[in-house]
Design a protein around this ligand. Structure first.
Ligand code: HEC
Ligand code: HEC
Ligand code: HEC
Ligand code: HEC
Length: 133
């Protein structure tokens, strides 16, 4: 049964439909990270935009890249529909195969770059917002 399910996950993650899972749903298992994220500027990243700016694809690409709130869990970790299951998450290789991304300096640089006023953000700054305490 499990092996069939894994094959199903791999197939749909290659030929996938919408793989969006939702930060509220990640919270079921990751309360600590969820609470840290909710208190972080990333959660609020859409709030400073006017209604008109929220319709501008350029602004949205950094301030609210998915239908989730602000810069969501999945904006950094990758869309979670397929990996957000306990037995998948416990298997680091399988998680990566079905969408979990390694968060590295490149991830931050996509949005924090020379076009934003304050430039690059060192990933070490992030350890107290998500991840390590
Ligand atoms: C049903 C419970 C569950 C859900 C839902 C869930 N996770 Fe997990 N997650 C886990 C478990 C269990 C682990 C593994 C913990 C361990 O073994 O260290 C894990 C590990 C992780 C890790 C660490 C992986 C690593 O390489 O160390 C990240 C990042 C993560 N989850 C992100 C997410 C995100 C983002 C979501 C929502 C899209 C999510 N998880 C949804 C249970 C869940
Ligand atoms: C390449 C990614 C990116 C794009 C595109 C982008 N922003 Fe931002 N924006 C950021 C980042 C990152 C910050 C956080 C501050 C910083 O590092 O400059 C920010 C900060 C802001 C702030 C808060 C400034 C402050 O001082 O608190 C506002 C308002 C804002 N952006 C509006 C917009 C609008 C409107 C657009 C579309 C015209 C836009 N942004 C496009 C990444 C982006
Ligand atoms: C999808 C785009 C996006 C990604 C990816 C992203 N950020 Fe941000 N980040 C933003 C936006 C937009 C803001 C501004 C929020 C606001 O002020 O409303 C912000 C704000 C911040 C802030 C607080 C504002 C400041 O200038 O001090 C820090 C720190 C930060 N990000 C660090 C990081 C780090 C580290 C990473 C990589 C792990 C990262 N971000 C990845 C878009 C992003
Ligand atoms: C701006 C990027 C960013 C966002 C948004 C973000 N994370 Fe993370 N997350 C990181 C980084 C960076 C790490 C530490 C490095 C690593 O493990 O890849 C991390 C680590 C983790 C871990 C590993 C366990 C740990 O404590 O190290 C889990 C689980 C996790 N995040 C879940 C989430 C969940 C759930 C959300 C949304 C509620 C979220 N993250 C939002 C960047 C982000």
């Amino acid at each position: 049964m499990k092996i069939l399910f894994i094959i199903f996950l791999l197939t749909t993650s290659i030929y996938g439909y919408d793989k969006f899972f939702g930060s509220n749903n990640c919270a079921q298992c990751h309360t600590k990270q969820y609470n840290n994220w909710k208190a972080s500027p990333h959660y609020k990243a859409d709030e400073k935009l006017t209604e008109k700016q929220k319709k501008n694809p350029k602004c949205i690409s950094c301030h609210q890249p998915s239908k989730d709130k602000g810069v969501s869990c999945e904006s950094c970790h990758g869309n979670g529909q397929h990996y957000a299951k306990t037995f998948v998450m416990k298997d680091k290789k399988l998680s990566k195969m079905v969408g979990l991304k390694k968060v590295n300096q490149q991830t931050c640089n996509k949005c924090h770059n020379k076009y934003t006023t304050k430039g690059k953000k060192d990933i070490k700054l992030f350890k107290d917002i998500c991840g390590k305490k």
